[in-house]
Write a protein that binds this ligand. Structure first.
Ligand code: 5GP
Ligand code: ZN
Length: 114
């Protein structure tokens, strides 16, 4: 049994507010939103971070971005703008060690570091 919190969410061992699900990905509301819209899009396959992705995962990563855009549109934030963020590793600020992409918007997002 995986100890990974996001694998537990995928397996419905921990509840979450799912906004999209298919064979490859799950998207759900972040438990501690930093903006009016704050979703997480994750692969159903456990990958610790972007560092664990290889060429075999290229289609999966592309799919995640297409899902992120679709969810931004459905959430009504696409036209005003939003961010898709991946934090990788400790210096990148990654806390949950299951690859995930934040989709954040619904207000001006303030300070950019890049
Ligand atoms: P990180 O800092 O690793 O890039 O982002 C992890 C995100 O996961 C955080 O924004 C945090 O609020 C969210 N998170 C952590 N645990 C849970 C949980 O059990 N449920 C949900 N929905 N989000 C979580
Ligand atoms: Zn996992």
């Amino acid at each position: 049994m995986s100890e990974c919190i996001f694998c537990k969410i995928i397996n419905k061992e921990i509840p979450s507010q799912v906004v999209f699900e298919d064979e490859h990905v799950l998207a759900f509301k972040d438990i501690n939103p930093v903006a009016p819209v704050h979703l997480l899009v994750i692969p159903k396959k456990h990958r610790e971070s972007l560092n664990d992705i290889d060429v075999a995962d290229e289609a999966l990563l592309g799919h995640i971005l297409v899902v992120a855009k679709k969810l931004a549109q459905e959430s009504g934030i696409a036209d005003s703008g939003y961010r898709v963020v991946n934090n990788c590793g400790d210096d990148g600020g990654q806390v949950v060690k299951h690859l995930h992409f934040h989709v954040i918007g619904g207000q001006p997002l303030g300070v950019k570091i890049c």
